[in-house]
Design a protein around this ligand. Structure first.
Ligand SMILES: Nc1ncnc2c1ncn2[C@@H]1O[C@H](COP(=O)(O)OP(=O)(O)OP(=O)(O)O)[C@@H](O)[C@H]1O
Length: 602
């Protein structure tokens, strides 16, 4: 993964390419606005040169006693300055508009990117740091880079104009003005990099701050935080972390101020040096008043333009460092973890699911979460997975759903390796309810319709899915039926009970009518006993002809399965139907009796 210092090793060519990309991004997001903005910046860069020259002509006219000519120059200068003011305002507005447009485009690109990532990326802390950094920079860095580049080009045009006017006076003066600005600019560059490295280094602290804020101030956590009285403890942790960040930022800002403030005074000294020389020459009659006016103006403005260029280079360097974060995120490779394989020849007429010597280790974990799995599930078969906590049941399901690829062995669906089945095709064939299913803070229609995005607006299908999931009465009781907003996050939302949410999630799975594999990870944990029995009966009815793979810790549900598979760290330790496993008197029988005894005591 990346380190904080990495981008600073990038060569000039890489940086220029990034700058060009920023300009391209800005241009593509709103070409007309970008063109008008560039035009405004170009005019703003040329006007000061014209003003300097008019200043000289004006004074010359005064000295010559040509009042009309002097007034004409004055009016000309006034018109230019008024025009410049308007153009600068317009440039500000155009920049704001371009920034908003570009922010939209870049955020969209980031969100688009997240949709092409794998589950492993979302469980990787480095990835989260990168995502946080990329999103933080998304809305303004590319524009800042583009603006800085254009600003530099404009300042360069102005400076060249001034230098041309000044060279007629003294090459040494030009050199003095330019050299004096260099030390401050170098110091700026150094501090730009230090600030960037500090921010990158502390990205995970910043993420922790965000997480603590979420725990302290979200409905998801409010109940437990209140009852456990966790507020003061979490607040203190937030405060300490926040203070740490603040102290480091402050230290750097003060060091920057000390160094840059002093060095930038060199520029002022050189200006007054040159100004003094011009004044002396004018006093001795070696320079006309018009020239005195023009040189004084050009010295001051030229030096300011040069300083703008050097400081702009510092700012550009800083923006480019942050931009590299954004581009690095956008460049995260999304290739599968394992190289593409040759398509496995389908076994003749093979149907159903087959796990062949499957083992899986989560990224960056030493041990296997699941190993030695050899298992076949025939078409139309209902298989229940049981086993102690951590045995790998949910992992089994994530592998079957294609969210991870096996570290060892392979999984075949109708004789095809899951890795060779294009993801959209695989997803169409699966209907899944996860243990931690989503509760979308959206309408009831969307909460169910999301089960099959192609039919999200198909009310007839949604109503049938609601009935299948046992959620018809949940929606019937809502004030505006399918249009009702669910959850409490937005105004007018209706909060559902855990069991009601679970039925909605089940209905969502039933939207996928074409799916021939149904995966249910503890689908009824929050349901009451009647509802639970009803769901299982319905799943058996509606899943007729489909493969059903279900996980449940309640053995009363599991016994309806055609086959029960007992998973343990060593792999599949037992399998068979309920009565056969009870008769075998092994692990399943022991677990079943223990649970049955518990119910008997109740
Ligand atoms: N995202 C993850 N990253 C790393 N390890 C994980 C991850 N998810 C699960 N594990 C580990 O994999 C092993 C199997 O977990 P899994 O969730 O598959 O078990 P399970 O049988 O479903 O457990 P439970 O009955 O508690 O739901 C556990 O040791 C767990 O710590």
């Amino acid at each position: 993964m990346t380190t904080a210092g990495e981008p600073s090793t990038d060569g000039l060519r890489v940086r220029l390419a990034r700058g060009a990309r920023a300009v391209r991004m800005a241009w593509r997001s709103a070409p007309t606005i970008a063109a008008l903005w560039i035009a405004a910046l170009t005019i703003a860069a040329l006007v000061p040169i014209a003003v300097a020259w008019i200043g000289k002509a004006l004074v010359d006219a005064i000295v010559a006693g040509a009042t009309d000519r002097a007034l004409a120059w004055l009016v000309g200068e006034m018109l230019l300055i008024v025009g410049l003011g308007l153009v600068q305002r317009a440039a500000g507005t155009l920049r704001g508009l371009l920034g908003a447009r570009l922010g939209l485009a870049v955020n969209l690109e980031i969100l688009h990117k997240t949709q092409h990532l794998e589950l492993r990326h979302f469980q990787d802390p480095d990835f989260y740091d990168q995502l946080t950094r990329a999103r933080r920079e998304a809305s303004h860095r590319p524009l800042a880079v583009a603006a800085e580049l254009l600003g530099l080009a404009g300042a360069l045009v102005t400076l060249l104009g001034f230098v041309a006017l000044l060279l007629s006076y003294s090459v040494i003066a030009v050199g003095m003005l330019l050299v004096a600005a260099v030390p401050a600019a170098l110091a700026e560059l150094r501090f730009s990099r230090a600030t960037f490295e500090l921010r990158n280094r502390r990205a995970s602290d910043a993420r922790m701050l965000g997480y603590l804020e979420h725990v302290l101030a979200s409905d998801e956590h409010a109940k437990e935080v209140m009852t456990l009285d966790l507020g003061p403890l979490l607040l203190e942790r937030w405060r300490r972390l926040g203070e740490g960040l603040w102290h480091e930022e402050r230290g750097l800002a003060i060091a920057r101020l000390r160094s840059v403030a002093l060095l930038s005074q060199l520029g002022t000294l050189s200006f007054y040096g040159c100004y003094g020389a011009v004044v002396v020459q004018a006093a001795r009659g070696q320079l006309g008043l018009g020239e005195l006016t023009m040189y004084a103006f050009v010295f001051r403005q030229g030096q300011a333009a040069f300083q703008t260029i050097l400081l702009g280079l510092g700012a550009l360097y800083e923006h480019d460092l942050y931009m590299s974060n954004l581009l690095r995120f956008l460049a995260i490779p999304v290739a599968p973890t394992q190289p593409p394989r040759l398509p496995a020849a389908p076994a003749r007429g093979e149907r159903g699911i087959r796990f062949e010597g499957v083992g899986f280790r989560y990224p960056d974990q030493d041990g296997f979460a699941l190993r030695n799995i050899d298992l076949s599930i025939g078409p139309g078969e209902t298989v229940a997975l049981v086993g102690p906590n951590g045995a790998g049941k949910s992992t089994f399901i994530k592998l079957l759903a294609g969210l991870y690829e096996p570290t060892e062995g392979r999984i075949l669906l109708d004789g095809r390796d899951l890795r060779d089945i294009p993801r959209p095709e695989l997803r169409r064939r699966l209907a899944v309810v996860f243990q931690d299913y989503n509760q979308y803070q959206l309408s009831a229609r969307e909460n169910v319709g999301f089960g099959d995005p192609a039919h999200v607006g198909d009310d007839a299908r949604i109503t049938a899915a609601l009935a299948a999931g046992g959620a018809a009465d949940v929606v019937a009781a809502l004030p505006v039926g399918l249009d009702a907003q669910l959850g409490r996050w937005f105004a007018g939302g209706v909060e559902l009970s855990g069991g009601q949410w679970q039925r909605i999630a089940l209905a969502r799975a039933f939207m996928r009518r074409d799916a021939d594999v149904m995966i249910l990870d503890e689908p009824t944990a929050a349901l009451d006993v009647d509802a639970e029995a009803e769901v299982f009966t319905r799943v058996r009815e509606l899943a007729a002809g489909r493969i059903v793979c279900l996980i449940s810790h309640r053995f009363a549900n599991v016994r309806v399965a055609d086959r029960i598979v007992v998973l343990a760290a060593s792999g599949v330790v037992e399998q068979g139907d309920h009565s056969r496993l009870l008769a075998a008197d092994g692990v399943y029988a022991a677990m079943f009796r223990k649970q049955a005894r518990g119910y008997a005591c109740d």
